[in-house]
Design a protein around this ligand. Structure first.
Ligand SMILES: [Cu+2]
Length: 270
């Protein structure tokens, strides 16, 4: 009974803090971990939600009012009115004004997301059926990132979200992400950073984020790409500068690009 009550109430109560991944009975957004996402959440909570609620309440009131005021029993002779210029002007103008009020901050946020600041680190994400491949072009690092099967999960790893090779980035740095695909359309999305871009074969899309807190952040492919679309998650690990350098040192060897490995082998054999 208590559990049912909890579930019932949690449907209506907005939970204050989310992890960096979806949670059970979640209704709102994940906790924002970047400035862009904070702006998106504020735009939704402070502008869209009040407008949605006001319009819904107003329409409900109009429907109830019309049902009572113009019911058949109180109006034996129905009105024959068909037009009312004042009302028609109002119901055209007011929605236009509402749309303009929404458009201005919306475009502001969109343009801000679209303008990529000077990048500290560039990574490239390539969508494949059905996993993600990553490159750090400046570091000559390349690796694939597969979902971990349920039977192989460790206790702290979430189902359908954890991957074998995570993307590692330092905290507080501008990360530019180049996104493309090798076969069909995919989309690289990380809700906590407010990032989502289509991965299109033969084309490179760009986006960026600046993580504000250390932690592990989970996202998923967000463009229906085939039978295993649900099984190509995205994991980004945000770490401190020194931890990132340590990871880089290991990754440069472990995930070295083939041609570099070959050239090293050639050098070694000489
Ligand atoms: Cu997909």
């Amino acid at each position: 009974m208590n559990k049912n009550l909890f579930i019932f109430f949690s449907l209506f109560i907005c939970q204050a803090a989310y992890a960096n991944q979806p949670t059970e009975w979640q209704l709102g957004f994940q906790k924002a971990a970047s400035e862009s996402m904070r702006e998106i959440v504020a735009f939704h909570d402070k502008l869209l939600l009040p407008i949605i609620i006001a319009i819904s309440v107003f329409v409900l009131f109009l429907m109830l009012y019309a049902c009572v005021r113009f019911r058949a029993s109180a109006n034996p002779i129905p009105s024959k009115r068909t037009h009312n210029v004042a009302v028609e002007v109002l119901w055209t103008l007011i929605p236009c004004l509402i749309l303009i009020v929404i458009a201005v901050p919306s475009f502001k946020i969109l343009y801000k997301q679209d303008t990529i600041p000077k990048a500290d680190i560039t990574i490239k994400a390539i969508g494949y059926q059905w996993y993600w491949g990553y490159e750090y072009p400046d570091e000559n690092i390349i690796f694939d990132s597969y979902m971990i099967e349920e039977k192989d999960l460790k206790s702290n790893q979430p189902r359908l979200l954890a991957v074998d090779n995570e993307v590692v980035v330092p905290v507080g740095k501008v990360i530019k992400v180049l996104i493309t695909a090798n076969d069909v359309l995919h989309a690289w999305a990380l809700p906590a950073f407010g990032v989502k871009r289509d991965a299109v074969p033969g084309r490179i899309n760009e986006t960026w984020f600046k993580a504000e807190e250390k932690g592990t952040y989970y996202g998923q492919c967000s463009e229906l790409c085939g039978i295993k679309h649900a099984f190509m998650p995205i994991t980004v690990k945000v770490v401190s500068d020194t931890e990132y350098q340590e990871w880089l040192n290991e990754a440069r060897i472990k995930f070295a690009k083939e041609e570099i490995k070959n050239s090293q082998l050639k050098l070694a054999s000489k």
